[in-house]
Design a binder for this molecule. Structure first.
Ligand SMILES: [Zn+2]
Length: 569
């Protein structure tokens, strides 16, 4: 017997957190069969000299529900080393769907997750049930996929338009339980709900999941307790967890793991992460599995003063942001207006803080990304605060002098979320936080996010050394797979699936974003490539080599423990 694949001479980081070792990894029939110094016959060899051989990453929070039907790779996740992606998050999904309602269901996904409707309109919805949707995906996948059953989708399926008008009757709750039970028996990884009050449909009405009361949520989640499988995912879970422990109560009532959005740091409320972490200590001490996701990515805003939304809601600035470009320029030249702006957003007189879009010292977290005029090119990367200091002006004068001179064309960047390195060190290392939250396949025209794995390895491990490489790999693989109930992946171990990423620890990193026109119906999106990822291997087959698709489609639908136990897997 020959191995199907032998990966030679790598630095094996097995996902358990144990020390790396130099050795070979052998694969047969899609599974790892042995590790060590191996010399058996093999059909294929990959030389991993100087590179790390690790379990494939588990991209645990995505919205690829539609994209997977035309892009079996779920790009750009595997480009960054992901071998499994999980969608159906935040109560949204594309199953079940009653015949004739696909467009309406797609509207919820489109509006909340910013995926253009003309792109979603190309999806040929040939399924009704969750089981049929999963079977439609099987056999046409580059990466492995897991899916949650979305509460919004289920509620709309059972209640129709009433799903956005009222609470459910007992009979409707029972019907929703039946739909979720069928989907869980077909192998869905769990049930996703939402408490994110900012999630609306295109008509400006809250999505169906937000119309549910706690009674309904607990009743449906109880199906998972009854079957003894699956997890509960919650979009916007942080606020209700801090208010009255909803996440912990859901986990306690069902005995299932709850994963929710999110633990992060923001300059707008600088100590909020500490309060959240204190709450995690409490739930952890009580033996409850309610885990927030945490992203190694910064949240950035890219804007000009033509489309700026940062100062929305402040008395003087708000109407200026809505005015014509000429009126904006006129206002920004006016010393009286500037004096008012200074009072409101620099001295914060009479303005309630923290406002939605900026922190107390926002000028330290906003910088020139691209100047419009040649003479100002050297300002790139300077914060507004630096400009003011260098020019001996007030913040508003320094900011608006540039804006007026460049006729609103200056490109700015703002980053106030996940920018405090000491906070991030504690967050990314917290055992109850699950690293992830790429949001892959969502907000496709605004930012990438796929690169959270390569960013952890590059910025937080190689540059800032907040954790060891072994620990980082464990965070991206075993921890995530365990939380999601994917017990046959996330480790390099004989008998487990051969999901493997080979990367160069000295060069691995996310590369700058660009625009690519590769969606159906001529749609465009933001592309985020990676450097230093040598190969992404799924179920023993090389899916990507140096970022290029080999043509293989080795992915599978990852199913829950109940399905596996009842179907002899
Ligand atoms: Zn989401």
């Amino acid at each position: 017997m020959a191995y199907d694949l032998l990966i030679k001479n790598g630095r094996v980081v097995d996902g358990s957190g144990m020390p790396a070792f130099r050795g070979d990894v052998a694969v047969e029939n899609g599974k790892i069969v042995e590790m060590g110094k191996l010399s058996g016959p093999t059909k294929n060899t990959v030389d991993a000299e100087g590179r790390v051989v690790a379990p494939g990453f588990v991209d645990n929070h995505t919205h690829f529900d539609a994209q997977v039907t035309w892009d079996p790779l779920c790009s750009f996740s595997p480009q960054h080393g992901a071998t499994t992606v999980v969608f159906g998050n935040c109560s949204l999904g594309l199953a079940p769907i009653k015949p004739g309602t696909a467009n309406r269901v797609a509207e919820f996904l489109s509006y909340v997750e910013a995926i253009p409707m003309n792109v979603l309109g190309t999806v040929d919805v040939e399924w009704e049930s969750v089981a049929q949707y999963m079977n439609r995906l099987e056999g046409r996948l580059g990466v492995n996929v897991g899916n949650f059953i979305g509460h919004t989708t289920v509620r709309y399926y059972v209640m129709g338009d009433d799903a956005q008008k009222r609470t459910a009757t007992d009979d409707e709750i029972k019907q929703m339980q039946d739909v979720v039970r069928d989907g869980m028996k077909a192998g869905a990884l769990g049930f996703s709900v939402s408490r994110n009050r900012g999630h609306y449909d295109p008509q400006g009405v809250h999505i169906p999941a937000l119309w549910a009361d706690e009674k309904e949520i607990f009743a449906i989640a109880d199906v998972l307790r009854e079957l003894g499988t699956g997890i509960i995912q919650c979009g916007g879970g942080r606020a209700p967890e801090l208010k009255d422990g909803l996440m912990a109560r859901l986990s306690e009532a069902t005995g299932r793991t709850v994963i929710y959005n999110n633990l992060g740091q923001t300059m707008r409320d600088p100590d909020a992460w500490k309060k959240h972490m204190a709450r995690l200590e409490e739930t952890s001490a009580a033996g409850i599995r309610a885990f927030p996701l945490a992203s190694p990515n910064r949240t950035t805003q890219h804007f000009t003063m033509k489309n700026c939304q940062v100062f929305r809601g402040t008395p003087t600035w708000h109407p200026i942001l809505l005015a014509s470009d000429e009126d904006k320029l006129r206002a920004y030249r006016d010393p009286a207006v500037r004096a008012k702006l200074h009072e409101e957003v620099v001295e914060h007189k009479g303005t309630k803080l923290p406002a939605a879009g900026y922190s107390l010292k926002w000028w330290d977290y906003m910088w020139v990304e691209k100047a419009a005029l040649e003479k100002n090119k050297s300002l790139k990367g300077k914060t507004i605060g630096q400009l003011a200091k260098e020019q001996g002006k007030g913040v508003i004068d320094a900011f608006l002098d540039l804006v007026v001179e460049e006729k609103l064309e200056t490109e700015f960047m703002q980053a106030e979320i996940n920018v405090d390195d000491e906070a991030m060190k504690q967050i990314l290392n917290h055992p109850n936080a699950i690293i992830g939250l790429s949001d892959g396949g969502a907000h496709v025209q605004f930012h990438g996010g796929y690169g959270y794995c390569t960013r952890l390895l590059a910025e937080w491990v190689r540059e800032k050394q907040i954790m060891t490489l072994e620990h980082a790999v464990r965070r991206l693989t075993f921890d995530s797979a365990s939380a999601l109930g994917l017990y046959d992946r996330g480790l390099l171990r004989p008998g487990l699936a051969a999901d493997i990423v080979i990367f160069d620890p000295e060069t691995v990193r996310p590369l700058p974003e660009s625009i690519v026109h590769d969606f159906p119906a001529g749609g465009w999106r933001v592309k985020e490539p990676a450097a230093g990822v040598f190969a992404t291997i799924v179920n023993g087959q090389v899916l990507l080599k140096d970022g290029e698709h080999t043509g293989a489609l080795p992915g599978k639908v990852a199913r829950n423990t109940y399905y596996n136990a009842h179907n002899g897997k």
